[in-house]
Design a protein around this ligand. Structure first.
Ligand code: PEP
Ligand code: MG
Length: 680
C-alpha cells in the first residue's frame, strides 16, 4: 500500500468540480483508494462520500492506495492534486483563477425572502420550470413521514433485509424507467438510471453496512446515511451537484418505504384539480402526479436543470421552481395563477386578473387544438414560401410519435441514446434493426441519422474513456468516432444496411474542420462500396463556430448542413449549456450566433446546398421568423412542438421574416433581439 499526504489548495476545498475530477480519476484505477481527513474517511471512487468529507481549502488529507496499479494511481493522484484538480496549478498555496472562498454561488441570485403569508394579489417570482398557465386552488404537498421503528435483529438478518429492499427498489426503478420512456422519451427516462447508480454507490453501501455491523437496523442505517449525504450535497455551492440532493432523497425514501413497509408517498388529492406547492418534489413524486388532478406545481427550491423540472417539461405539466420559502406560507385552497413560462405565482388574484389568465389559457388551448388539427398539412408562409418541419427523435417510439404528430421526416436522430442505457455497446445487428424500423416508419420521408455524439456531458462508462479536464472541448462527437474506428464502423455498417428500407441520410456531429469531414466520409464510402449499398446523402452539424465560419468551403463537400444551435451558442458565447446560472444567458438569439447562422446559410446556398436548424432555437417562437428570414430551409424540432411551429410559419410572410432577420442582425445583444429594439 502507498500513502500520500497532500494539501488541498483549491479555494473551495475538495468540493464541487475538484471533487468530481478527483473521483473520476480514482475510478480509472483498479487499486482500492481511500481518502482520510481528520477522523473521517471516504472511498475515493464515490462522489457522495468524497463530498461528505467536506475538506476545506488548505487542509491536509491522507490518501491510501493499494492494488496492482498503486504506483501509477498514486502518481496520477499526486499530480492531479498538485495541478489543482481541474482548476489550474497551485502557486503560493492558492489556485489561480478560482473564485474566492464562499459558500454562495457568486452569480446565484439570492433566494427571495418572504415573511408570513403573502398578501392577496402578490406576485411571487421563481424560475420558469415548465411552460403553461394554470389557475386553481393551492394544495400543500406534505410528504408522508416514514417512522423508523424497526429494531436490530442481527447483522445477517439486517443485511438480508437491506439486500432485498435494494433489489425491489431496482425493479421499481426499471419499471419507472420504462413508464417514463413510454410517456416521454428515452432521454427523460434516464433520470431513473441515475437513481439506480445511487443505489449502487460504494460509499453509501459502506456506510450503511458499517452501521448495521454496529447494531443498527437496516432501516435506521439506510435512513441516516441517505439523509446525511443529501443534506451535505444540498449545502454545496455547486448548484448542479446541489440539485442532485433531491435524487438522493428520492432514492433514500424509496428504499426506506420498502424497509419499513410504508405505502407509496403519493398524497390523497381532492377531486377538484389543484396546484401543488412543495418545498421540493422528487422525480418519482413528479411522475406520480395524477394529470387529472394536478394542474401544475410550484416549488420553493429546485432548479430548471433538476430532474423534477426536466420531467415536468416532458410531461407537459406547468411548473415554477425555486420560488423561495414564502410560497410555503400560502394557505391551502387559496386561488393562484401559475405561469410556468414567466416563472410567477400570483396569489389570491382578483376576478379580473383570473379572467385574464383564463382567457390567455383558453387562447393557448385553442391555438394548440387548431395547430394539432392542421399538423398534417405543410408549413407554407402566407406568401407561399415552404419550410420543412421535421422532428428530433431519440428512439423508435419517438419516430412513431413524430409521424403521428405531423413531422415531414427526421432532422436529427440522436443515436447516442441507443448506446447510453446499457453495459456494452449495441451490436451492428441491434443497431440495424432500430435504424431499419425508424426508416420504415417514415417511408419515403427523409430520416437524418446523426452518428454517435458522445463525450461532453454524455458519458458511456463501458468505453472507458480517459478523464478530460474540459470534456466539452475534448474528444466528443466525430472526433471520438474517428479515434474509435470499430465503434464508428459498426454504426455506419448498420446505417448503410438499413438505408434501403427508407430514405436515410447520415450526419456527422461536431465537425470543426474539413479534414474530419473527409476522414469520416471516406470511411462511409469504403463501407458503402464493400456492402454494395446505395449512395446516401452526407451532411454535417454546424455547431462549432469554425464550421460556420468555413461553411463556404465545407459546402463543397457536404450534401447539407444542420445547425446545432445548442452547442453553437455554447461555443460562441463560451457559456456551458448545462451551467446552472449561465445557461439562461446562453441565448441562441444572440446576434453573434445569428451572424454565424447567416454565414452558414450564405455559404451553403452559394453551393446549392440546404440548411436546417436542429437545436432548441428551432422551436423558439421568437426565433422561428428570424431563422426563416435568415434563409434556413428546414426546422427540426421536438415532436410536441411540431404543430405549433407549423402553425406559426403559416401566420408570417417571408418578406416580414427577412425584415426581422435583418433587424436582429443589427442588434447588439440577445435582449435587444428579443425585445425587437435596437439600442446602441
Ligand atoms: C445542438 O447542439 O444544437 C444539437 C442539436 O445537438 P445536441 O443537443 O444533441 O448536442
Ligand atoms: Mg450538439
Amino acid at each position: 500500500m502507498l500513502q500520500l499526504d497532500l494539501v488541498i489548495h483549491n479555494s473551495t476545498g475538495l468540493h464541487a468540480r475538484p471533487a468530481r475530477v478527483f473521483v473520476d480519476l480514482a475510478k480509472q484505477y483498479q487499486s482500492a483508494i481511500r481518502i482520510r481527513y481528520g477522523e473521517k474517511q471516504a472511498n475515493a471512487k464515490s462522489l457522495i462520500s468524497v463530498l461528505t468529507l467536506g475538506v476545506p481549502s488548505g487542509e491536509r488529507v491522507q490518501i491510501d492506495v493499494s492494488g496492482d496499479d498503486e504506483q501509477t494511481a498514486a502518481a496520477a493522484i499526486e499530480a492531479a492534486v498538485r495541478d489543482g484538480l481541474g482548476e489550474g496549478p497551485t502557486t503560493n498555496g492558492h489556485t489561480p483563477g478560482a473564485p474566492a472562498v464562499t459558500d454562495q454561488h457568486p452569480e446565484a441570485p439570492a433566494p427571495p425572502v418572504h415573511h408570513g403569508a403573502p398578501a392577496a394579489g402578490a406576485i411571487m417570482h421563481g424560475t420558469p420550470g415548465a411552460p403553461g398557465i394554470a389557475v386553481g386552488p393551492v394544495f400543500p404537498f406534505e410528504r408522508a413521514h416514514v417512522e423508523v421503528r424497526e429494531r436490530f435483529t442481527g447483522v445477517e438478518q439486517e443485511n438480508a433485509r437491506l439486500q432485498s429492499a435494494l433489489d425491489a427498489a431496482r425493479n421499481q426503478l426499471t419499471s419507472l424507467h420504462a413508464q417514463v420512456a413510454q410517456r416521454a422519451d428515452a432521454s427523460e427516462a434516464e433520470i431513473f438510471q441515475v437513481h439506480q447508480e445511487i443505489l449502487a454507490d460504494p460509499a453509501l453501501m459502506d456506510t450503511v453496512r458499517a452501521a448495521i455491523a454496529d447494531g443498527r437496523s437496516a432501516a435506521e442505517a439506510w435512513h441516516d446515511a441517505t439523509t446525511g449525504h443529501a443534506a451535505e450535497l444540498a449545502e454545496l455551492s455547486d448548484a448542479l451537484l446541489a440539485e442532485r440532493a433531491a435524487d438522493i432523497r428520492d432514492v433514500g425514501a424509496r428504499v426506506l418505504r420498502l424497509l419499513t413497509g410504508a405505502v407509496e408517498a403519493a398524497p390523497t388529492l381532492p377531486d377538484e384539480p389543484v396546484i401543488i406547492i412543495a418545498n421540493d418534489l422528487t422525480p418519482s413524486e413528479t411522475v406520480a402526479l395524477d394529470p387529472q388532478r394536478v394542474l401544475g406545481f410550484c416549488t420553493a427550491v429546485g432548479g430548471p436543470n433538476a430532474h423534477t423540472a426536466i420531467l415536468a417539461r416532458a410531461l407537459g405539466l406547468p411548473a415554477v421552481v425555486s420560488a423561495g420559502p414564502g410560497v410555503l406560507q400560502i394557505a391551502a385552497g387559496t386561488q393562484v395563477i401559475l405561469d410556468g413560462s414567466a416563472g410567477t405565482l400570483t396569489v389570491g388574484p382578483d376576478e379580473s386578473v383570473i379572467a385574464r389568465a383564463r382567457a390567455a389559457q383558453q387562447q393557448q388551448r385553442e391555438l394548440r387544438a387548431a395547430a394539432a388539427q392542421s399538423a398534417g398539412e405543410p408549413a407554407i408562409t402566407a406568401d407561399g414560401h415552404r419550410v420543412e418541419i421535421v422532428a428530433n427523435i431519440g428512439s423508435l417510439k419517438g419516430a412513431k410519435d413524430a409521424v403521428a404528430g405531423g413531422a415531414e421526416g427526421v432532422g436529427l436522430f440522436r443515436t447516442e441514446f441507443l448506446f447510453l442505457e446499457r453495459k456494452t455497446a449495441p451490436t451492428e445487428d441491434e443497431q440495424f434493426a432500430v435504424y431499419r424500423d425508424v426508416a420504415q416508419a417514415f417511408g419515403s420521408m427523409p430520416v437524418i441519422v446523426r452518428t454517435l455524439d458522445i463525450g461532453g456531458d454524455k458519458e458511456v462508462p463501458y468505453l472507458d474513456l480517459p478523464h478530460e479536464d474540459n470534456p466539452f472541448l475534448g474528444e466528443r462527437g466525430v472526433r471520438l468516432c474517428l479515434t474509435h474506428p470499430n465503434l464508428f464502423r459498426d454504426q455506419l455498417r448498420a446505417i448503410m444496411r438499413a438505408a434501403s428500407f427508407g430514405k436515410l441520410r447520415i450526419m456527422f456531429p461536431m465537425i470543426a474542420d474539413i479534414g474530419e469531414l473527409r476522414a469520416a466520409r471516406a470511411i462511409v464510402e469504403e463501407i458503402r462500396a464493400a456492402l454494395g449499398a446505395p449512395a446516401v446523402e452526407i451532411g454535417i452539424m454546424v455547431e462549432v463556430p469554425s464550421a460556420a465560419l468555413m461553411a463556404d468551403v465545407l459546402a463543397h463537400e457536404a450534401d447539407f448542413f444542420s445547425i446545432g444551435t445548442n452547442d453553437l451558442t455554447q461555443y460562441t458565447l463560451a457559456m456551458d449549456r448545462m451551467h446552472p446560472t449561465l445557461a439562461a444567458k446562453a441565448d441562441g438569439l444572440h446576434p453573434a450566433v445569428l451572424r454565424l447562422i447567416k454565414r452558414t446559410v450564405d455559404g451553403a446556398h452559394a453551393a446549392g446546398k440546404w440548411v436546417g436548424v436542429c437545436g432548441e432555437l428551432g422551436s423558439d417562437a421568437q426565433a422561428v421568423p428570424i431563422l426563416i428570414g435568415l434563409g434556413v430551409d428546414e426546422l427540426s424540432v421536438s415532436v410536441p412542438a411540431i404543430p405549433a411551429v407549423k402553425a406559426q410559419v403559416r401566420t408570417v410572410t417571408l418578406a416580414e421574416c427577412q425584415a426581422r432577420a435583418e433587424y436582429a442582425l443589427a442588434c447588439a445583444t440577445a435582449g435587444q433581439v428579443r425585445e425587437g429594439k435596437i439600442d446602441r
